[in-house]
Design a protein around this ligand. Sequence first.
Ligand SMILES: NC(=O)c1ccc[n+]([C@@H]2O[C@H](COP(=O)([O-])OP(=O)(O)OC[C@H]3O[C@@H](n4cnc5c(N)ncnc54)[C@H](OP(=O)(O)O)[C@@H]3O)[C@@H](O)[C@H]2O)c1
Length: 325
Amino acid sequence: MTLKRVLVTGCNGFIGTAQAEQCLSRGWLVRGSVRSQEKKDRLPANVETAVTGEIGPDTDWSGALADVDAVVHLAAAVHDFSWPRKIDQTVYLRVNTAGTARLARACARAGVKRLVFLSTIKVQGEGGGEGYTEKDPEDPRDPYAASKLEAEHALKEIAGRTRLEVVILRPPLVYGPGVRANFLRLIRLVERRIPLPLADVENRRSLIYVGNLTDAILACLDNAAAAGRTYLVADDRHPSTPELISAIAAELGVAPNLWRCPLRLLRAAAALLGKKGEAQRLTQSLWADTSRIRQELGWTPPYSLCEGIAATVKWYQGAGRPAVQ
Ligand SMILES: NC(=O)c1ccc[n+]([C@@H]2O[C@H](COP(=O)([O-])OP(=O)(O)OC[C@H]3O[C@@H](n4cnc5c(N)ncnc54)[C@H](OP(=O)(O)O)[C@@H]3O)[C@@H](O)[C@H]2O)c1
C-alpha cells in the first residue's frame, strides 16, 4: 500500500505540532511547512520540512506540494485580542485571505485531492444567545474573522471550478499542551487564587481540546462525505465561565476563588478599565451546535472536557509554568 502524504502548514505552531503528531500516528507521511529555516527545529521528529517563506499572494508552494495528497492549512495571522493596536488589518487580508487563495490554486494545479482549512467560529459572530449552526448567517465582527470568511469564500470559488475538494472547520478557542494567551492567563490566575468576580455568570462557551480538534481534522481528511462541507466543531460540553474555572482549579488542586458581582456592574467596571472585550468573552455565551459533523461524519470528540483540562494543566506544571506572552 502507498502511504499518503499530507502537508501541514504552520506546522511549528500550537495546533500544527499536535496535528503533525496525530497524522504520523495514523500512518500519514507528514510534510510541515514553516516560514523560515530556524523554525525547522520546532517540528516533531519524522516530519519532512518545506520552507515556504512569508505566506501571501505570491508564495511559491510548488516544492512544498510535490507528491502531496492532502493539505491541512493552519498557518495564519492569528487573532490578536489587542487589535487595533498590534496587527495591521491588511496583514490579515494578505496572509489569511490572499495567502489561502494562492495555496488553494497551487493545490488544484498540483493535483492535491483535498484541502482542510481551519477557519474560526468567529466568522459566525460573537455569540450572545443560542448556539450557532452552520446555517446561520455569517457575521464576522473583526478583521481577523472577516479575513477568514473571505478565505472561505475564495476556497469555495476555487473548489467550484477545479477538482480540489475543500473542507472548512470552524473551531472555537483551542486549548491543550502548548496553549498561550488567554487560556494560559486564566490558568495562572486560578493557580494564584486571584479573586475572580464571575460566580454569577451563567453563560455557555464552546472550547475544543487540541486532541479533539486534530482528530476532527483527520476525520475531514479521510471521510469522502466531508468534501465541500463546512463544520462547526467543539468539545462535548460547553461550560459556563465559573464551571471552566472550577474544572481548572480542581486539576490544579486549589479551591476556585470565585466572587459574586452583579453582571451589569462587572461589565461597567470592565468598560472603564478598557477591558470591555475581555469582560464580554468571560460573561457572554458563544457556543456551537456540532450536530452536522456528528451526523455526517459520525465524529465525536474522543476526549472529555475534564481529560482535556487535565492534560493541559499537567503540561503547564511540567513545563515550569510558562509565562503569558
Ligand atoms: N488557537 C485557537 O484558539 C484557534 C481558534 C480557532 C482557529 N484557530 C486557527 O488555527 C490555526 C492555527 O492556530 P495556532 O493557534 O496553532 O496558531 P500559532 O501557534 O500562532 O501558529 C500559527 C502558524 O502560522 C504561521 N504563520 C503566521 N503568519 C505567517 C506568515 N505571514 N507566513 C508564514 N507563516 C505564518 C506561524 O509561523 P511563525 O511561527 O513563523 O510565526 C505558525 O506556524 C490558525 O489558522 C488559526 O486561525 C486557532
